[in-house]
Design a protein around this ligand. Structure first.
Ligand code: GLA
Length: 415
């Protein structure tokens, strides 16, 4: 049964009532532009056919009562529970959605049923699909009148409350994707552009066999990179004599010609405390996260991280041009360079992801790389149509699967 029908059926069998709204939100794959979004630099993801559906009806009690086809433990959460109080990872996203809606739900709760055909903790954004679908369903059920951009922004804020200080890529592509196209997203200043995919190309995603839960084990490693790139941005701005208001991001300095050269002058490692003193930036701008404070004395490898982010942003521009020119070989080379940079400079690959990328490339993919935050999860490959089965077979042989073709699909919708 598809997720929308399954969520509605689960709602009826659990609550003996009809849902007021059912929303469906797809997962996403990032083609290129990894760990650039929270630096205000561009990304090039697309939404996929696999999705999470949420069926909702308002209730009078100030509670979220939720069941899921995939997660065994049901939720019964006060509206003001807050994500930190939830032991079950999937409950955190429910509590976080209630927290960001806050006064928009005037003391009223909801009954919720969830069904998904997206693998969890995979790097395919099952958490963002859940959050966006939930907000869209609550918006429809309560008549909140949220605009799409507002909804994507609230979903990103909710995920940060749930623990990982993420950028806005996942929620934005899930909210705005168009079938048959990639979505180039810029953040400084905000912009979006659909980039149609040539007909003869196929995309394959494959599991490395290792889970990468954004709200769990991968969270601290992710947040370390958020803070380290803020440190790099503050130090580079200081070297360049550039003024930054608010949180320093590499996107604030990336367009300055000298920035990529000065990256090599950054200290190999620095703490936030040391960098704040050197650059004359308030320490809290570097270490404050939505869900806590990062250790100001942790020594972080800022130079390598910054080198990856600045080079990756350039690869996004080149990849857009390659897709628009129908140049599969050029795109493949950019993907290979992205993976190498994520492995060597950003240190977020794993031996299993490296082996998977190698196997898919050997089997005829034009290019392959880890997708999403890394630390496990999935890789993506692009190939000429006709070669996808060979790439899938090689991925399963290398890492055990699952591996499957994904097609650029439309964004979230009401069912
Ligand atoms: C996760 C985050 C995104 C992005 C990627 C890395 O998927 O949710 O915002 O930072 O990691 O590119």
């Amino acid at each position: 049964m598809d997720p929308a029908a399954a969520a509605a059926a689960l709602f009826r069998s659990t609550f003996a009532a009809e849902p007021a709204a059912v929303a469906v939100a797809p997962g996403r794959v990032n083609l290129i532009g990894e760990h650039t979004d929270y630096n205000g630099l561009p990304v090039l993801p697309f939404a996929i056919g696999q999705s999470t559906a949420v069926a909702v009806a308002p209730s009078e009690a100030p509670l979220l009562e939720a069941v899921s086809r995939e997660f065994p433990v049901p939720a019964r959460l006060p509206l003001d529970a807050g994500p930190a109080a939830c032991a079950e990872p999937w409950h955190r996203y429910l509590a976080a959605a209630a927290a960001v809606l806050g006064p928009r739900l005037p003391g009223r709760g909801a009954r919720i049923a969830v069904a998904s055909d997206l693998p969890a903790a995979s790097g395919l954004s099952s958490s963002s699909a859940l959050t966006v679908a939930l907000l869209l369903a609550l918006d429809a059920a309560f008549g909140l009148g949220l605009g799409r951009a507002e909804l994507a922004g609230l979903a990103a804020q909710a995920e940060r409350l749930a623990g990982a200080e993420t950028g806005g890529m996942d929620q934005q592509v899930i909210a705005f994707a168009e079938a048959g196209a990639l979505l180039r997203i810029d953040f400084l200043p905000p912009a979006m552009r659909a980039v149609p995919v040539p007909a003869g190309w196929a995309f394959v995603v494959a599991s490395s066999g290792q889970p990468a839960p954004k709200g769990g084990g991968a969270r601290d490693a992710y947040n370390e990179r958020v803070v380290a790139t803020r440190i790099a941005a503050a130090l580079l701005a200081d070297m360049l004599g550039a003024e930054i208001e608010g949180t320093p991001l590499l996107g604030h300095v990336a367009a300055i010609d000298a920035a990529p050269v000065l990256v090599d002058e950054l200290p190999a490692r620095s703490s936030a405390r040391k960098a704040a003193a050197t650059a004359g930036v308030p320490l809290e701008r570097l270490v404050t996260l939505a869900a806590g404070t990062f250790d100001p004395d942790a020594q972080l490898p800022v130079r390598g991280y910054a080198r990856h982010v600045l080079a990756e942003a350039e690869r996004v521009d080149l990849a857009c041009a390659a897709v628009e020119a129908g140049d599969l070989a050029a795109l493949g080379e950019l993907m290979a360079a992205s993976h190498a940079s994520l492995r060597d400079d950003y240190r977020c690959s794993t031996p299993a992801l490296d082996a998977l990328v190698k196997a898919m490339t050997k089997a005829g993919a034009a290019g392959a790389r880890l997708t999403g935050a890394g630390f496990g999860g999935f890789a993506i490959a692009v190939c000429e149509r006709g070669r996808e089965q060979a790439v899938i077979d090689a991925a399963v042989a290398a890492a055990g699967g699952p591996a499957f073709e994904v097609a650029p699909s439309a964004g979230a919708r009401l069912a």
